[in-house]
Design a protein around this ligand. Structure first.
Ligand code: 5GP
Ligand code: ZN
Length: 114
C-alpha cells in the first residue's frame, strides 16, 4: 500500500535490519527497541490491524506466530522466555497501521503491561 512504512520495509524501499523472511512475512529489528531483543514480524500483505483479519487470513496468521517462534529460537530467547505482542488500535498504543507482531526478550518483562 502506498505511504505505508511497513509495506516499504517489506519491499526493501526503506532500510531495516532484517533477521528472517519468507514469501509471506518479514522479520526485522525495531528501530526503538524496548528490550535487548525487539523484533517486528509483518505480513507482506497489508492488513491494517488484527481487527481487519478475516477467515481467509487463517493460514497467514498461523505463519506469523510460527515466525515469532522461529525468530525467538534464532535469537536464543527460548530458554529464558520472551513475549509476543500485537497492539490493536489506539488504546493498545498501535502507532503503525500495518499488522505486526512484536517479539520481545532478553530481560524480565513486567505484567500487566502499562
Ligand atoms: P506499535 O506501537 O504500532 O505496536 O509498534 C510500531 C513499532 O514500529 C514501534 O515499536 C516502533 O519503534 C517501530 N517502528 C516505527 N517505524 C519504524 C521504522 O521505520 N523502522 C523500524 N525498524 N521500526 C519502526
Ligand atoms: Zn502496509
Amino acid at each position: 500500500m502506498a505511504d505505508c512504512i511497513f509495506c516499504k520495509i517489506a519491499a526493501k524501499e526503506i532500510p531495516s535490519t532484517i533477521v528472517a523472511e519468507s514469501d509471506a512475512w518479514v522479520a526485522f529489528r525495531d528501530i526503538n527497541p524496548q528490550a535487548p531483543t525487539h523484533i517486528l514480524i509483518i505480513p507482506r500483505k497489508h492488513l491494517e490491524r488484527l481487527a481487519d483479519a478475516a477467515p481467509e487470513d487463517r493460514e497467514l496468521l498461523g505463519e506469523l506466530l510460527l515466525a515469532a517462534r522461529e525468530v525467538a529460537q534464532k535469537e536464543g530467547l527460548e530458554k529464558e522466555g520472551y513475549r509476543v505482542v500485537i497492539n490493536n488500535g489506539p488504546f493498545a498504543g498501535q502507532s503503525v497501521y500495518h499488522l505486526h507482531i512484536h517479539v520481545l526478550g532478553g530481560r524480565p518483562l513486567g505484567w500487566p503491561p502499562g
